[in-house]
Design a protein around this ligand. Structure first.
Ligand SMILES: [Zn+2]
Length: 208
């Protein structure tokens, strides 16, 4: 990642100072307390399983239309906005990319990567959720998403360029019972901004 040179708050050239046990880029202006702690992002992807009329199980995949990795297949997903709950983000991405309405059941796997890749964020958490299919048939824009459809596991073995991380997410969902992952609390009340995961068996009213 390129070094940050100017304060994003007041535009003063940044210098470096010890902060929290290590050297960090920081703003020297008296009236500004900006410290650059690094860049962080959260990606999310959805495993949407659906049974065909004959009982065969399928999973939703999308084909990337743009680089990087144009032509490759993956789970629908993308970055969560900074002011968006993850469950909202992944359901939004599934609908935007593939036209499918689905709701989050649980978190089945995640990847944490540090150090960044070319042009990418310096650290990223990529959360793979299992979603329950609700409605819709695959639709895609033909641009950013070149194709979207449900594929059986037999069909997937014949798909060129299926991203290994997506395959792993699907396998992880198949290895575990729906709901046995880390489930989000239902957000059905006035409490904007945060959501707990993994409290299925606890009466959370006692923590409010
Ligand atoms: Zn500043």
């Amino acid at each position: 990642m390129a070094q940050m040179n100017f304060c994003p708050s007041c535009a003063t050239p940044l210098d470096s100072r010890m902060e929290g046990g290590r050297e960090r880029r920081a703003c020297p202006a008296d009236a500004c307390n900006f410290i650059h702690f690094g860049d962080f992002s959260i990606g999310c992807a959805g495993v949407v399983l659906r049974e065909r009329a004959d009982g065969e199980l399928t999973a939703l995949l999308v084909q990337r239309g743009h680089n990087p990795f144009a032509g490759s297949w993956q789970l629908p997903g993308g970055y969560a906005e900074h002011d968006e709950l993850l469950t909202t983000a992944v359901a939004r991405e599934v609908e935007e990319e593939a036209g499918i309405i689905a709701t989050v059941r649980d978190l089945v796997a995640f990847r944490h990567s540090v150090g960044g890749t070319a042009g990418g964020p310096s650290t990223n958490v990529y959360m793979i959720f299992r979603l329950d299919y609700v409605s819709g048939e695959p639709e895609f824009d033909g641009d950013e998403i070149a194709h979207a459809d449900f594929y059986s596991f037999d069909e997937m073995t014949r798909i060129d360029k299926l991203q290994s991380l997506s395959r792993w997410g699907i396998e992880q969902a198949l290895r575990t019972d729906p709901g046995s992952g880390i489930s989000p609390e239902l957000v059905d009340r006035e409490r904007a901004g945060w959501q707990l995961f993994g409290l299925d068996d606890i009466d959370i009213a006692q923590f409010r």
